[in-house]
Design a protein around this ligand. Structure first.
Ligand code: 5GP
Length: 187
């Protein structure tokens, strides 16, 4: 079985992703260098695990790392709209600068809930670093908190994409590129 045959179109190759992740790492480095505080990067599992692993190696600063796990999709391609935090932070973020690391922003529900949650835990700033953003699908407005910034890798068209951590029914996360899944796979 060859999973490459399930892909309609490759949107971003391994090389393109790698270059963009390096840029994002450099931007984060430049922004945090002057603050003299160790940021905590919080990956939104499972989708952000590949991006986070590559991103942290492009940030040449001391940092700490944690994960939250949020469920919103089940096994379909359409969001249920009610994300739930099912695995909580282990680190204390009180007074810390947090960078939320996400694979893709779609309706904005997940990030808006996570930002509120981190705020309630006393984070002193909350930045968001997402590899992909589908602005045409936004339903909920969110903003970074305090001195936090918004970092985005690529603007994504309104299509269901997989690879580089992104799944369909828990598959395709290990593809090294990001592509559009053939609709007949999920119909
Ligand atoms: P939101 O809460 O912003 O609607 O959704 C964010 C989550 O939806 C992402 O973390 C991701 O899990 C999922 N998602 C949104 N669009 C896509 C897509 O095109 N492909 C995949 N695999 N997941 C998506």
């Amino acid at each position: 079985m060859n999973f490459d045959d399930h892909i309609l179109e490759v949107l971003w190759s391994e090389d393109q992703i790698s270059r963009r992740v390096s840029d994002l790492g450099s931007q984060i480095c430049a922004d945090f260098q002057s603050r003299n505080e160790v940021p905590v990067l919080v990956g939104v599992a499972n989708g952000a695990f590949v991006f986070l692993a590559d991103l942290v190696r492009k940030i040449r600063l001391p940092l700490t790392l944690d994960f939250v796990r949020v469920v919103s999709y089940g096994i379909g391609t359409v969001t249920s709209g009610i994300p739930k935090i099912i695995v909580d932070l282990k680190l204390n973020v009180l007074g810390r600068h947090v960078v939320l690391v996400e694979d893709i922003v779609d309706t904005g529900n997940t990030l808006s809930i996570l930002i509120q949650y981190l705020k309630s835990k006393g984070a002193s700033s909350i930045s968001v670093c997402t590899l992909l953003d589908k602005p045409s699908r936004r339903r909920v407005h969110f903003e970074p908190e305090g001195e936090g910034k918004y970092y985005c890798g690529f603007e994504c068209p309104d299509q269901f994409v997989v690879g580089y951590g992104l799944d369909y029914a828990e598959l395709y996360r290990n593809l090294p590129y990001i592509g559009v899944l053939k609709p007949e796979i999920y119909k």
